[in-house]
Design a protein around this ligand. Structure first.
Ligand SMILES: Cc1cc2nc3c(=O)[nH]c(=O)nc-3n(C[C@H](O)[C@H](O)[C@H](O)COP(=O)(O)OP(=O)(O)OC[C@H]3O[C@@H](n4cnc5c(N)ncnc54)[C@H](O)[C@@H]3O)c2cc1C
Ligand SMILES: NC(=O)c1ccc[n+]([C@@H]2O[C@H](COP(=O)([O-])OP(=O)(O)OC[C@H]3O[C@@H](n4cnc5c(N)ncnc54)[C@H](OP(=O)(O)O)[C@@H]3O)[C@@H](O)[C@H]2O)c1
Length: 247
């Protein structure tokens, strides 16, 4: 199968009608937390592959991928039908720059995600590096419905391990809850609700921000941050905002 290593599905979890995770045993090379792997299935004699962020930390096995099914999605519609023991293919080498090695140091770190993009941030938070480099970390997960707030158990464990330093803020945009911010991330940055809920100051002087998921959210949030003086992080011109689009 050329550039893909053959692996096996070892667990398939359905969170909601549309949200799933797959655990996979496959021989991949060492990767950095926040990177993605290319996952493939052979469909009608052709390898169909898409990028998926690793949810597992680099030191953890099995590999884990979290995805939403799209109605006409060629790969996701097949991934949900896989059972334990079924073959699946993963490119041995990971890729991507949503990693802490790309970030300058700062006092606090903001991890802003929509939907399944919570995954790479969990991978990062399960390593030691963020806890060595940042005094406080804010994890934001924005979803439409409360039931889409996945991985609550892992998040609770992280909160237990880092009670003073980790803040978790949920956004639920299409349902009322008694715990989440209702609405969208950029608006809540603009009007101060996000900082108030996190109890952490978001500024060019103190913060690094990683943003992942819906490309409209990534763009709108970056614009609001740029209005506050934060700059895009580039290799040759270090800034404050590091992003990854899922589509
Ligand atoms: C760097 C990178 C990392 C990614 N990591 C993840 C991940 O960890 N989890 C994940 O669910 N997806 C992730 N994606 C998206 C993923 O690669 C696939 O595009 C997606 O699973 C759909 O595949 P498909 O073959 O079913 O449909 P496709 O034909 O590939 O997609 C159909 C259309 O659906 C939209 N779309 C694609 N992905 C999403 C999505 N996640 N949410 C909403 N709309 C989408 C796009 O408009 C796309 O053109 C990532 C994409 C990139 C570029
Ligand atoms: N989740 C579902 O039940 C569902 C149902 C039908 C189709 N889908 C399909 O699946 C895809 C992924 O769905 P998803 O629910 O994981 O992700 P999503 O549509 O990206 O929504 C996740 C969160 O991002 C917010 N958001 C969207 N655009 C934004 C922007 N420009 N700025 C800031 N926040 C923004 C949404 O708020 P808003 O609610 O205000 O948009 C929501 O809170 C969708 O694009 C759609 O094609 C999902």
């Amino acid at each position: 199968m050329g550039k893909f290593a053959e692996g096996r599905v070892v667990n398939s979890k359905r969170w909601t009608e549309r949200l799933h995770s797959l655990q996979v045993e496959a021989p991949v090379e060492p990767f950095k937390a926040g990177q993605f792997g290319k996952v493939a299935l052979e469909i009608n004699g052709e390898m169909i592959f898409r990028p998926y962020s690793f949810v597992n930390a680099p030191q953890e096995r099995p590999l884990e991928f979290h995805f939403i099914t799209l109605e006409d999605g060629p790969l996701t519609q097949r991934l949900i039908k896989l059972d334990c023991g079924d073959p699946i293919y993963v490119a041995p080498r990971a890729a991507g720059f949503l990693t802490l090695s790309e970030l300058p140091d700062a006092e606090n770190l903001w991890l802003l995600s929509t939907g399944t993009a919570i995954g790479p941030f969990l991978s990062i938070l399960k390593t030691e590096e963020p806890w060595r480099r940042f005094s406080s970390i804010v994890l934001v997960h924005a979803v439409r419905q409360a039931e889409e707030l996945t991985y609550q158990e892992q998040i609770r464990q992280l909160l237990d391990e880092h009670p003073q330093r980790l803040k978790v803020v949920s956004f639920v945009s299409r349902e009322d809850t008694d715990f989440a911010i209702k609405g969208r991330v950029p608006e809540a940055i603009k009007d101060g609700r996000l900082e108030a809920k996190a109890g952490v100051q978001l500024s060019a002087e103190k913060s690094q921000v990683m943003i992942c998921g819906n490309p409209d959210m990534v763009r709108d949030t970056s614009l609001v941050l740029e209005e506050r003086g934060l700059k895009k992080n580039r290799r040759k011109a270090p800034g404050h905002i590091t992003v990854e689009h899922y589509w």
